[in-house]
Design a binder for this molecule. Structure first.
Ligand SMILES: [Zn+2]
Length: 306
């Protein structure tokens, strides 16, 4: 006899949870508030609660991000999702706009993020039932559940410690590589064989990072061996059994935020042409500021045993 289940799985035991989000194996009753299941165990990536005061700058940043999330999905990822796909995961979905947009486009789309701020923001979303507070390293989904998995701007934050005050600094944790391998293993676990995993992030080989600095959109010059932003070769090493391919970030990378600065305007038009014509070997090289990597999960079960 089967209990009606929620579609979610216990991230510890990997068995189906019932409708009340109780695990039949470990008996954990996972909490849910406002329709949003929470698998954080109270440990979030950030500190935020209802009494946290957001600065004007922070609010402006969140508003800009709405626009960015919409363009990321509508301009870049939606055209890449095959019509035959049924289920899509946006791992590290941030404000959750992507999940509403993908569900509106007819997919069963889910999103996760391990953030108290995001959980608060999600009260505004339509499909709160498809948003879960969960770590990318321990997803509450069944094996091979998704046809497509997208993860934007997540990999670089795994296995590192960042500070924003007084200056932006970042250092690697001793187990960085192990955590990054776990991240890829987990994303590939929930992907069906033959499915596509898209991972994007600023390119570690490119000397300027426009996305992580003291102020939004301000360029940050960094050494090539900084242990933060990965290169294409590094990503390939995390998925030794799968085929990884660098794609042009044309339309993924738009200079709306940087366009408020002189260098953004300088880069805007010529760069857009450069990205449009970019072949794969350049997309994987130090000439490309932003990596988009497509990883096809192989169909051979034999490859999955390690
Ligand atoms: Zn359990």
């Amino acid at each position: 006899m089967n209990d009606p289940h929620s579609g979610l799985f216990c991230p510890s035991c990997r068995v189906a949870l019932n409708e009340a989000l109780v695990c039949p194996s470990c008996d954990t009753h996972w909490p849910a508030a406002g329709g949003i299941a929470d698998f954080s165990r109270g440990v979030y990536y950030d500190n935020f609660n209802d009494s946290t005061v957001l600065t004007d700058e922070h609010r402006a940043g969140l508003a800009l991000e709405m626009d960015g999330a919409r363009r990321r999905i509508v301009d870049y990822y939606l055209p890449r999702i095959p019509k035959s796909a049924r289920r899509v995961l946006d791992c590290g979905c941030g404000n959750g706009i992507s999940v509403d947009l993908l569900n509106e486009a007819g997919f069963e789309a889910w999103g996760n993020d391990l953030s108290a701020l995001r959980k608060w923001q999600w009260r505004e979303r339509q499909r709160r039932d498809r948003l879960v507070v969960a770590s990318a390293l321990e997803l509450p989904f069944a094996d091979e559940y998704f046809d497509v998995v997208i993860s934007s701007g997540v990999i670089e934050h795994i296995g590192v410690e960042e500070t924003s005050y007084p200056r932006y600094t970042v250092r690697a944790l001793p187990n960085r590589d192990e955590l990054r391998r776990t991240f890829f293993r987990e994303l590939l676990r929930v992907l069906e064989p033959g499915g596509a995993l898209y991972v994007d992030c600023p390119n570690g080989r490119f000397p300027i990072d426009f996305w992580h600095s003291d102020a939004p959109g301000r360029p940050r010059f960094h050494p090539r061996d900084e242990p933060f932003l990965p290169s294409f070769a590094e990503i390939e090493r995390y998925v030794p059994n799968e085929r990884a391919e660098a794609l042009s970030p044309y339309k993924r990378l738009q200079f709306h935020q940087a366009a408020r600065h002189w260098y953004g305007r300088l880069l805007g038009t010529p760069m857009s042409l450069f990205f449009r014509l970019m072949p794969g070997w350049i997309a994987a090289s130090a000439l490309n500021p932003f990596l988009v990597v497509r990883i096809r999960k192989s169909d051979h079960k034999a490859n999955e045993t390690e």
